[in-house]
Write a protein that binds this ligand. Structure first.
Ligand code: FMN
Length: 231
């Protein structure tokens, strides 16, 4: 695992949050293991969340019927994506592992992180029709979700009020990460840290620190290979 590169894409407004502590633990443990770690602190960066024509410098191809996918593909090929996107794409290109650290908002990532996904994982750079899922562009990279909830674990079980967490995470883990080819590691879920005593929060962080010792050696989750489908 020595000299692996890790990118932490982090979305929380407060340095006093549990998410911040989880991000700091990852930074500390992985750096101590010899990894080079970069952090994209999205709120601190005031990262733009909306996918718009302003993401392209200069003239767009079809301003009357602007298609974000096609236009950003062209802009990426011509080096005309804005600097904030290009910089995140650079970090991503260099990374062996990407950790998304966030509080769950409405069963998914906060809007600012979804904006990072919308704007950084552009057509051509992150996927094409031919290169996706098991043949995806990032198939030599790993990615994982690390997040906090407000809900207790039992609420996200198959019979719980929220339903199965695996189903909840399918759009993120399969529809975004695996779609771009990433080998997706099991999520790190911190259940309701704001509703447990500080001792229990310490235990959660400790188990995260322990897991990180072998993180890059973990087997990824299994998804259906692309060649099982005709399309
Ligand atoms: N918690 C859930 O378990 N499921 C949700 O869908 C969910 N949606 C939320 C949406 C918003 C806009 C906000 C503000 C909170 C939501 N929560 C939800 C609770 C947060 O996930 C929880 O407060 C956070 O994970 C606690 O982490 P922190 O102490 O680092 O802020």
């Amino acid at each position: 695992m020595v000299s692996e590169k890790v990118l932490i894409v982090y979305a929380h407004q407060s340095s006093g949050s549990f998410n911040s502590a989880a991000k700091d633990a990852a930074l500390e443990v992985l750096t101590a293991k010899g990894c080079t770690v970069e952090v994209s602190d999205l709120y601190a960066m005031k990262f733009k969340a909306t996918a718009t024509a302003e993401d392209i410098t200069g003239k767009v191809k079809n301003a009357d019927h602007f298609c974000y996918g096609e236009e950003t593909k062209l802009a990426w090929e011509e080096g005309k994506l804005t600097a904030d996107i290009t910089e995140e794409q650079r970090k991503l290109t260099e990374a062996d592992l990407v950790i998304f650290q966030f509080p769950m908002y409405w069963f998914t990532v906060p809007a600012i992180m979804k904006g990072w996904m919308d704007r950084v994982l552009t057509l051509g750079f992150a996927f094409t029709h031919e290169k996706r899922y098991s043949q995806g562009i990032f198939k030599d990279k790993k990615a994982m979700l690390s997040f906090t909830t407000g809900s207790q674990e039992s609420m996200f079980s198959a019979n719980g009020i929220n339903g199965d967490m695996n189903v909840t995470l399918w759009p993120l883990q399969n529809g975004i990460l695996h779609y771009c080819g990433f080998q997706v590691l099991a999520p790190q879920i911190f259940w309701a840290p704001s509703h447990v005593p500080s001792e229990a929060r310490g235990t959660m962080l400790e188990s995260w620190r322990t897991r990180m010792q072998g993180l890059l050696g973990e087997n990824p989750l299994a998804f259906t290979p692309l060649d099982c489908f005709d399309g």
